[in-house]
Design a protein around this ligand. Structure first.
Ligand code: BT5
Length: 285
């Protein structure tokens, strides 16, 4: 009986009627835009934020025709199966200084992992900075885009961050396109079960609100520690691929106070320590 119910809900579109009763948040999701088809929920959220949309506004879509990853990459976003969600975060101006802001993408990944855990019992590991992994495969990712960065590194009063989160929920593993088939996974692919996306969205907003408020209250050490616990990168040999094409290899050594990754190189520059602020990381064996 409960299986029957979950099959129906997992394939039903996200609607205000299905999501609203599950929300336990105070501010995140107070305004919901649950779209059918769009280019990118981040693009829509960005436009809404520029028009003044309130803190906590959420945009989701059943399908994205131009879902985006970091550095202009593509996010595979088939219809009706997964979660594509963007949240507008404001209130950042004076309260959140530079250090806290660096942690927004990282704690968003923590929130996504905790939401997955709440509905499935599976705890994704995080690959720095913000990939969700099950085993070695990518279950989800986070793309944060911001506007209104002030000269001192904080935000001005109109500043905002869009937290975009994609999580593969009900896509069968063999339905991923060729370039993703060996590197991506979904909750259905891992468990053989279907999951209710409304429940996942509600859990995500609750987890994100909790951690964002901790950052605002400058109780960041707790959320930082939680990130470090879930992060599978520290202690591993990694290859760092910088946006300009430069590569380096070494052992990931620590997540620093500003959220950057420190590595100790073991390539031609063995022993040199490097602090990485933005890059792609490949976990090596
Ligand atoms: C990310 O980028 O991982 C951030 C993805 C954020 C997507 C969400 S969906 C809602 C919101 N609206 C948007 O338009 N975007 C956000 P990055 O680290 O650059 O990873 C991109 C790479 O992941 C691609 O180059 C592929 O290799 C791989 N990839 C693409 N689609 C995938 C998928 N559905 N599952 C797993 N891997 C994927």
């Amino acid at each position: 009986m409960s299986n029957h119910k979950s099959l129906i809900t997992s394939h039903s579109p996200l609607t205000v009627a299905s999501v609203r009763p599950l929300l336990t948040t105070r501010t995140l999701g107070r305004t919901l835009h649950l779209l059918n088809e769009t280019t990118s929920t981040n693009a829509i959220a960005l436009a809404l934020a520029q028009e003044g949309a309130e803190h906590g506004t959420v945009v989701t879509a059943e399908v994205q025709t131009a879902g985006r990853g970091r550095l202009g990459r593509h996010w595979h976003s088939p219809a009706g199966e997964n979660l594509y969600c963007s949240v507008i975060l404001r209130k950042i101006e004076i309260e959140l200084q530079w250090r806290g802001m660096c942690w927004i993408p990282l704690v968003s990944a923590v929130a996504a992992a905790r939401a997955v855990e709440a509905i499935s019992g599976l705890t994704p590991a995080l690959k720095w900075p913000n990939d969700l992994l099950l085993g070695a495969r990518k279950l989800g990712g986070v793309l944060c885009e911001s506007s209104g960065l002030g000269s001192k590194g904080g935000f001005d009063q109109h500043g905002f961050v869009i937290v975009g989160i994609g999580i593969n929920v009900n896509t069968p593993r063999d339905a991923f396109p060729g370039d993703l088939r060996d590197i991506a996974t979904s909750l259905a692919g891992e468990t053989g079960r279907q999951f209710d996306r409304a429940a996942l969205l509600a859990a995500l907003l609750e987890a994100l609100e909790h951690r964002y408020e901790a950052l605002l209250a400058k109780q960041s050490t707790g959320v930082e520690e939680e990130y470090r616990k879930l992060c599978a990168t520290v202690g591993r040999r990694v290859r760092i691929e910088l946006a300009g094409g430069e590569r380096m290899e070494g052992r990931a050594d620590a997540i620093l106070e500003d959220g950057s990754l420190r590595i100790v190189r073991d390539d031609a520059h063995a022993g040199v320590m490097v602090e990485i602020r933005a890059a792609d990381v490949v976990h090596l064996r």
